[in-house]
Design a protein around this ligand. Sequence first.
Ligand SMILES: [Ca+2]
Ligand SMILES: [Ca+2]
Length: 233
Amino acid sequence: MKKFLKTAITFGIAISMALGSACYVNTASVEAAAKTTSKSWKKAYLKIVQDCNKKSKQERANHSSKFISYTPYSYDLIYFNNDNIPELVVGKNGNWVSMYTYNTKTKKACALMEQWGYGVMGNTGYSYAPKKNYLYNLNNDYAGAVRNVYCMKIKNYKLVSRHPKPLKILHFKDTNKNGYPDNGEKFTEKPFYYYGNKKITKKKFMSLANPKNLEPINGKMNYTKIRKKLLQK
Ligand SMILES: [Ca+2]
Ligand SMILES: [Ca+2]
């Protein structure tokens, strides 16, 4: 490693010497470009956060229930995929979550998830594997007899499915093969794993779904905190 470094440094010096000041200008311009990008995504995210804060305040003012307290919007910056620009998360925790990324081509923030609901109807919420470009969602149907597993990734600034066919876990023997439990198809603790219409092993299922090192996608910071973060140089 040391030897490699030494060679690399010597080589680097040789190139710098050959190029003269051109090398210095290049490094400086790369740094300047990174700073400009950082400034741009922060500015774009700040605009979203400010708009969301307005909406949250309005909702709070209109909140009429005396029994359920109002959940304000909260925010986070997460490294969903493996680039230098974090994704912006806005959530009304326990209700819905949105996620935005910054498009370096159009120089605009774009929505990947817009108020995706969870917490009711068997949807357990959305998680991600940091820097792995991997979203995981488990959605229970028929009181947990059918578990739909959704795995997604960012492609061309959109969230798309990682697999062409649906991944399902059935907690009953689907005798008539219609995908849901009918009379006589009893609940079983030992489920059946499916990729599309094909029954597969648990091992194969897990290798396709691959739910490892997951963290929930939800808001963690209040408006003041995220604002401060986005205004930082
Ligand atoms: Ca990113
Ligand atoms: Ca059935």
